[in-house]
Design a protein around this ligand. Sequence first.
Ligand code: CP
Ligand code: NVA
Length: 300
Amino acid sequence: METRHFLTLSDLNTGELGVILARASELKKERKQGVQNDSLRGKTLAQIFEKSSTRTRVSFEAGMTQLGGNSMFLSPRDTQLGRGEPIEDTARVISRMVDVVVIRTDAHEKLETFAQHSCVPVINALTDLFHPCQLLADVLTYQEHRGDIKGKHIAWVGDGNNVCHSWMKAATLLDFQLHIATPESHKPDKAIASVCKDHIEWTSDPNAAVRNADVVVTDTWASMGQEQEKQERETIFKDYQVNQVLMSKAKTDALFMHCLPAYRGSEVTAEVIDGPQSVVWDEAENRLHSQKALLEFLLT
Ligand code: CP
Ligand code: NVA
C-alpha cells in the first residue's frame, strides 16, 4: 500500500476530511468524559521543527500520549540535519525507526523531499506555503459553533500567507467562498489561487471582503522568517487591522478566528480577539483533537 502523507489539504478528498473531522469531535467528547483510548499504542512520532511552535508541538506530543503512543522532538540543532546531512538520507533513516513524522520547516519543497524518501506518513506542521493542520482545527471550530461550512462566506483579511493558502484549499474541498482582502503587494500565491479560483475572490478592500461575512479570519502580518520586515509590514498592512469597526460590517453573529500567536494592536485589536465573537481558544484546543484524528487516519 502506498504511504499516505498530509502535506497539503489536497492530500485528502472531501469525504476523508469529513471522516477526520467527525472522529475529532468523537475524540474530543471522549476526552471530556475521561475515556481512555489506546489506538496508537506502540507507535512513535518524530517531530522535526526548524521553526518555533507552541500549539503544534504541544498538541502533537500530548495527542500521541493520549492515544497510547510516544513522541520525540528533534531540533535541527541537535541532529545531523543541522550539520548538513541531506534531507533524503535523514528521511530514509528516521522513517525506518518511527511510524510517523511531523515536520515544520521553511521551504515547502524540503517537506516534499522528505516525504518522497520516507517510508512512513509525513505531516506538514507548517511550511512557508501551507499550514493544513491549522485548517482541520479551524473547520472543526466553525462546525461546532455554526454547523456546516458549505456555502458560507469567510473573509480573510491581511497577508496572503501560508494560513491563507490553506483556507483557499479548504474552500475548494468544502465548497465555501473565501473573500480575501490583502494589499496588492501581498496577494496569495498565483498558482494556488488559480487552482482555487472558483471558491475565492480577491479585493484590496477589507470592508468589501467582510461585508456579510460569517467568519472574519486574520493572522500575523509578519510570519516566521519575516522578522526583519516587521516594521515595514506594520505600515503596509495598517489598513487591514481587524477591529470592532471592521467586525461590525460582517454578519452580526460573525465569528472571529486567528491561528495564533496574535499581536494585539497590529492585525487585531484586543477588543476583538478577547471579545464575544472570538473563538480563538477553541481553535487552539481543537488542534489537539483534530490532529489525534489525523494521526489515527494515517496510522490505523
Ligand atoms: N497556530 C500555530 O501553528 O501555532 P504554533 O506556531 O504555536 O504551533
Ligand atoms: N503565518 C504564521 C503562522 C503561525 C502559526 C507563520 O508562518 O509564522
